[in-house]
Design a protein around this ligand. Structure first.
Ligand code: GDP
Ligand code: MG
Length: 430
C-alpha cells in the first residue's frame, strides 16, 4: 500500500556519544523533565524510550517557520548508556533505530566513544545528525532560551563566534575520513538553543526515507517492549525468550504511558486495542514472569510455524549462555535485564578484569540464586560470590547468604564490582 499520512509509522531515533556529552540532558530538555539528575552517578544504564507526539514537535519547531508538514505521527527517541562496558547495549540501541543523534561536547571534541559510536553507525549504515552540544559553555555565551540556533548565533559577540568557529574547525581537522557530509547542529541542553533545529532536521530526514526495521525489544516483568515495526493487537499470540525456554502466550492488555514520559518512569497507563510502531509499550499476558528482559518478542502470524518462532526467540540467550565457564568454576552474576547482564559479562571477560562466571540470573536475587552460588563453597571459596548489578536482594536471600557464607556484592555502577571482588579476594588471602 502507498504510504499515506495515516500509515506512516513513527521513526525511531537513538542518542549516542561519549559519556557526559549531554545525551540524557538533551532528552530532558526536549521533554521538559529531569531524568538525568535522578540517575546513579548520572549514568544511563538502561535503554529508556520516550515518545514525542507530532503536536509537541510542531510546537517546539514553530519559530523556525518551516511550515513543518508533519507526516509522521511522532518520534520515538531511545537514550543509550555511555560507559565503555556498554558497547553491547549501545549496539542494541543503534540496531533498532532509523536515525541517530550523535552528541559531541563542543568543549571536548572527538572522544573515544564518539568514535566508537561513529563506527557502529557506519557498520549498520545508520544516518545520523551531530548535535554539537554545550554551546552555552563558550566563554561569554549569551543565553537565548530555546531559540533556533541561527537566531541565537546572531546575538553572540565576535569572540564567542570566533571560539565557536575555532572549535568547529578543530573537529573538522580531526575528522580523518572526509568525503562525507554530516549535518551538525550546535545545541545547548541547558538553555535550549538549537533544539528546534535538531527536532526539525530529525523529522524532515525521517519523512523522506523509507522506514523498515524489524526488532522488538522487551524488558521488565509485565514486559515493556519497544515496538519497532508493524502493529500489535490485543489477543495476538506472542513468543518471548524465557529462562526455561520459549514462552508462548496471548496479549491480554496493551498499555502505553502518557506521551512524553519515559517508559522507565512509573505512572498511569492508557489502554489500547491495537498499537502501531514505533512506540514504547507495556504488555500484560500470562506466563511472562520468566520472560528474559532485553530479548526480542515475536508475534505469531497466521502463516508462521510456531516451532521456528520458538527457536528464533531463544537466539539472544545463546550468546549469554556461551559466556559461562566450561570448568564450572566461577562467580554467579545477576542483573536486571539481558542487556546489562551482557554488558556485565563482557566487562568480567575483559583482560584487565578476567573473572570466571559459573552461573547467571536475571531479576532480584532470590534464595535459589544464593543456593546456586553456594556450590562454589566446596570448590573455590572466593567464587561463592554473587556479583549483582542494579538489582534488589530479597531479605530471605540475604539471610541465607550470610548463614552459608556466600558474599553478595551489589552496585549500580558496573566497574565498582571489580574493586569489591578484588578487595574480597585480597581479604581471603590474608
Ligand atoms: P550523558 O552521559 O551523555 O547522558 O550526559 P548527561 O546528560 O548526564 O550530562 C552530563 C553533564 O553535562 C551533566 O552535568 C549535565 O548537566 C551537563 N550538560 C549536559 N548538557 C549540557 C549543556 O548543553 N550545557 C552545559 N553547560 N552543561 C550540559
Ligand atoms: Mg545519560
Amino acid at each position: 500500500p502507498q504510504e499515506t499520512e495515516e500509515n506512516l509509522r513513527s521513526p525511531i531515533c537513538c542518542i549516542m556519544g561519549h559519556v557526559d556529552t549531554g545525551k540524557t540532558k538533551l532528552l530532558d530538555c526536549i521533554r521538559g523533565t529531569n531524568v538525568q539528575e535522578g540517575e546513579a552517578g548520572g549514568i544511563t544504564q538502561r535503554i529508556g524510550a520516550t515518545y514525542f507526539p507530532a503536536d509537541n514537535i510542531r510546537e517546539r519547531t514553530k519559530e523556525l517557520k518551516a511550515d513543518a508538514k508533519l507526516k509522521v505521527p511522532g518520534l520515538l527517541v531511545v537514550d543509550t548508556p555511555g560507559h565503555e562496558s556498554f558497547t553491547n547495549l549501545r549496539s542494541r540501541g543503534s540496531g533498532l533505530c532509523d536515525i541517530a543523534i550523535l552528541v559531541v561536547d563542543i568543549m571536548h571534541g572527538l572522544e573515544p566513544q564518539t568514535i566508537e559510536s561513529l563506527n557502529l553507525l557506519k557498520m549498520r549504515n545508520t544516518e545520523f545528525i551531530v548535535a554539537l552540544n554545550k554551546v552555552d559553555r563558550l566563554y561569554g555565551w549569551k543565553v537565548c532560551r530555546n531559540s533556533p540556533i541561527q537566531k541565537a548565533m546572531k546575538q553572540q559577540s565576535k569572540d564567542v563566534k570566533n571560539e565557536f568557529s575555532m572549535r568547529l574547525t578543530q573537529l573538522y581537522y580531526n575528522n580523518r575520513e572526509m568525503g562525507e557530509t554530516f549535518s551538525i547542529v550546535p545545541t545547548s541542553a541547558i538553555s535550549g538553543e538549537g533544539i528546534p533545529d535538531l527536532l526539525l532536521l530529525l523529522v524532515h530526514w525521517t519523512q523522506n526515507n523509507v522506514l523498515e526495521v524489524k526488532v522488538v525489544e522487551g524488558h521488565g516483568t509485565t514486559i515493556d517492549v519497544v515496538l519497532v515495526n508493524g502493529v500489535l493487537h490485543e489477543g495476538d499470540q506472542i513468543v518471548v525468550c524465557g529462562m526455561q525456554g520459549p514462552i508462548v502466550t496471548t496479549i491480554r492488555a496493551l498499555l502505553t504511558q502518557h506521551p512524553m514520559k519515559e517508559l522507565r518512569v512509573k505512572g498511569t497507563y492508557l489502554h489500547h486495542k491495537q498499537i502501531k510502531a514505533a512506540q514504547g509499550i507495556k504488555i500484560a499476558a500470562q506466563g511472562l514472569e520468566h520472560a528474559i528482559a532485553g530479548t526480542g518478542l515475536y508475534v505469531v502470524g497466521a502463516d508462521d510455524e510456531l516451532e521456528d518462532i520458538k527457536e528464533a526467540s531463544m537466539e539472544d540467550m545463546k550468546s549469554v549462555l556461551s559466556r559461562i565457564d566450561k570448568s564450572g568454576e566461577g562467580v554467579y552474576v545477576q542483573a536486571s535485564t539481558l542487556g546489562p547482564l551482557e554488558a556485565l559479562l563482557e566487562f568480567l571477560k575483559s583482560p584487565a578484569v578476567n573473572i570466571a562466571v559459573s552461573g547467571i540470573g536475571i531479576g532480584p536475587v532470590h534464595k535459589k540464586d544464593v543456593m546456586k552460588a553456594s556450590v562454589m563453597l566446596e570448590k573455590k571459596k572466593e567464587y561463592a560470590t554473587i556479583l549483582a548489578f542494579d538489582v534488589k536482594v530479597n531479605p530471605e536471600a540475604r539471610e541465607l547468604a550470610d548463614d552459608m557464607g556466600v558474599k553478595i556484592f551489589i552496585t549500580d555502577v558496573i566497574y565498582h564490582l571489580f574493586d569489591q571482588f578484588k578487595a574480597h579476594i585480597d581479604n581471603l588471602k590474608e
